[in-house]
Design a protein around this ligand. Structure first.
Ligand code: GH3
Ligand code: MG
Ligand code: MG
Ligand code: MG
Ligand code: MG
Length: 332
């Protein structure tokens, strides 16, 4: 803890040094004028960071260059020293003088001639207070830092959670919903449709002769083909509640809640046409000319008597029929 003594009397400097040393205070700085005090504190213009830290200021009121009260006002108005206690050391204890000193920001005063006991008692209690303030400020700084770190950690955690949720529900190869998400959605939608006695349509979509595609072009090209098909089909299930999922290896499913058969058929028609329009070569299936899909369409009004499995079975049967009839088509 550092004490600054501002007094234009050498005698007072010596006396304070002896008294304060007796109280165990050795980190003392002595200046003889307000100007020197400003210089030491870094308040005389120029580089403010050059100023030194002090924890307590003992200030003479009567000085040659600038009165201690005015000096106190200037020091206390500097943000760095706003909470450094200033004690006036004065022979002038008139109400006017003390009133002006307190108004300028002094916290206390000591009578001249100085009594050692009084001096040490005041210094001790003010430095204790100062120490507590410094500790509290350090705590505040740490808390603010901690809160900022927590903020960062929280948003990182949220991002990670979002990523995990997305990963858990989407297919790694194509980016569309995965089978797990499809199954959960189907159960949820079926339950909802049961309550409302509404219908759900399902399109089971299977790439034609995809084994031959892999055999002809290799698995990597096959993967790329799956991505193109998924991307193309995703345009057909854009309305709220509609869902495209990768159902299995080269099979996709489109779920259309709250719809009728003619709408579902229209989507199936568009799906077959859109894949055909990609015009992806498929020399392993010359009879088809290019890459194509077969689609099975089914629609059921949800009821408690039957589960959603009946809808999937119907769509599977329709898909089987489309395959049997020559592929590159949909069946109901
Ligand atoms: P069909 O017209 O009757 O559907 O004939 P298909 O050859 O498409 O049917 P099949 O079930 O015999 O073969 C499906 C093929 O899909 C076999 C498998 O290697 C391939 N496949 C499944 N998943 C993937 C994948 O993730 N990547 C690649 N490249 N191929 C896959
Ligand atoms: Mg003086
Ligand atoms: Mg298949
Ligand atoms: Mg198959
Ligand atoms: Mg197939």
């Amino acid at each position: 803890m550092r004490i600054l003594i501002v007094d234009d009397s050498r005698h007072v400097h010596r006396q304070l040094q002896v008294f304060l040393a007796a109280g165990g205070y050795s980190d003392l700085a002595f200046v003889s004028s307000a100007a020197d005090a400003f210089e030491l504190l870094g308040l005389s213009g120029g580089d403010a960071s050059a100023g030194s830290d002090v924890d307590l200021i003992l200030m003479d009121i009567e000085m040659a260059d600038l009165q201690g009260i005015e000096a106190t006002r200037r020091i206390k108005s500097a943000p760095d020293f706003a909470d450094v206690p200033v004690v006036m050391v004065t022979a002038d204890t008139s109400p006017e003088s003390l009133g002006a000193a307190f108004e300028a920001g002094a916290v206390d005063y000591i009578n001249k001639p100085i009594h050692k006991v009084e001096l040490l008692a005041r210094v001790r209690s003010l430095l204790n207070l100062r120490r507590e303030i410094l500790i509290r400020k350090e705590w505040e700084r740490n808390l603010i830092e901690l809160a900022a770190k927590l903020d960062v950690a929280n948003s990182e955690l949220k991002k990670a959670n979002d990523t995990l949720a997305r990963m858990a529900s989407s297919d790694g190869l194509t980016g569309v919903a995965n089978r797990r998400y499809f199954d959960e959605s189907m159960i949820r939608e079926w339950r909802r449709a049961t309550r409302r006695s509404s219908s759900i349509a399902l399109l089971m979509i299977d790439i034609d002769h995809f084994k031959r595609y892999n055999d002809t072009y290799g698995h990597l090209q096959g993967d790329e083909c799956l991505r193109r098909v998924a991307e193309t089909l995703s345009d057909l299930a854009r309305r709220a509640g509609e869902l495209l999922a990768r159902y299995g290896g080269e099979e996709f499913a489109i779920m259309l809640p709250d719809t009728n058969l003619s709408c579902a058929v229209q989507v199936a028609e568009q799906a077959v046409a859109a894949i055909s329009a990609l015009d992806l070569p498929h020399s392993g299936a010359p009879e088809l000319g290019r890459l194509s899909i077969s689609v099975g369409v089914a629609l059921r009004t949800a009821s408690l008597n039957e589960g959603h499995e009946s809808l999937i079975r119907d769509a599977d049967d329709a898909l089987y029929l489309a395959k049997k009839k020559g592929r590159n088509r949909f069946e109901i």
